[in-house]
Design a protein around this ligand. Sequence first.
Ligand code: ATP
Ligand code: MG
Ligand code: MG
Length: 349
Amino acid sequence: GATIGILGGGQLGRMLSVAAGRLGFRTHIFEPGAEPPAGQLAHSVTTAPYEDRAALTAFAEAVDVITYEFENVPTEALDLLGEMRPIRPGREALRVSQDRLVEKDFLSGLGLSVAPYADVADAAGLSAAIETIGAPAILKTRRFGYDGKGQARISRPEDAEAALAELKGAPAILEGFVAFSHEVSVIAARGRTGEVACFDPGENVHEQGILRTTTVPARLTPAHRQDAVLLAGRILNALDYVGVMGVELFVTAQGLVVNEIAPRVHNSGHWTQNGCAVDQFEQHIRAIAGWPLGDGVRHADVVMENLIGTDMDRVPALSQERDVALHLYGKSEVKPGRKMGHVNRIVRG
Ligand code: ATP
Ligand code: MG
Ligand code: MG
């Protein structure tokens, strides 16, 4: 059987490895950190930094296709890997999603609504941006942000200096605060032949910048539900995308506003493991392997809840509840804010 190389050994790589194994593939993880959660369930693991060209070369030689669960892989590593094996989703998706400014330009270039935004290179740039965008606003680093890290709220113009200090001078964008009623996301897939399939949008609640719960079905009018799926398809087609993508949206009185895209399986798609015949992980493996996509139809109402940090103390109780599927990531060390697992609660099957 073929071997799928996965860049990144976190829980997403772990669940991709399970899905790949079920379809008869082998997986090989490349991960700089020690004891990657994916390593326990993959067939092989390379532990090396992305700067180790010999390790990258050996990894590429050992696999047939390369995918990733982590979009911040350095460009030089991707150049080397991409010369040897296909990388799916492709480089364009990574180029766009690695940088919030490039991403916002791309999305607005497609005619989609995004928050008002401006490039912020320095203090002068920030004052100018606050002049045009106003407050409240959010200063976000262009690169490497996740779980709300690398962001500072600007409630009043006087907060500018503190916000800049918090981001330690990293290149940033200022985003106007979107007055949304709630947040939803679409987990969308595109196959090698260009077919697109979307899972039903989920409604997301964040706490302290971290996803707390995803509920399906989301509260959406039929028109918004259709918009969500169509705009996701437009993004995938524009990138000639292959694989699964998460598209985060704000629901507003003026319609849907795209927050950000993630070129990979997505935390807000974990409900599909227990709400669909083919989940987002299998869907991703199908897409990158050139298989037909599953249709993603939803057969239950589900609430996904992340188990973060000491939420792990609730596992004994959760394990006794009916209609609760536990998914634990095998991480030995509990840290505040660390995603340790999640549960999918079937609300109506
Ligand atoms: P992720 O872990 O999803 O990658 P991230 O660090 O990239 O998170 P964002 O998605 O940009 O962060 O922001 C996290 C949350 O902060 C959003 O889901 C939303 O709740 C809030 N938020 C971000 N940008 C805005 C905005 N412009 N207006 C209002 N709320 C926002
Ligand atoms: Mg993000
Ligand atoms: Mg986000």
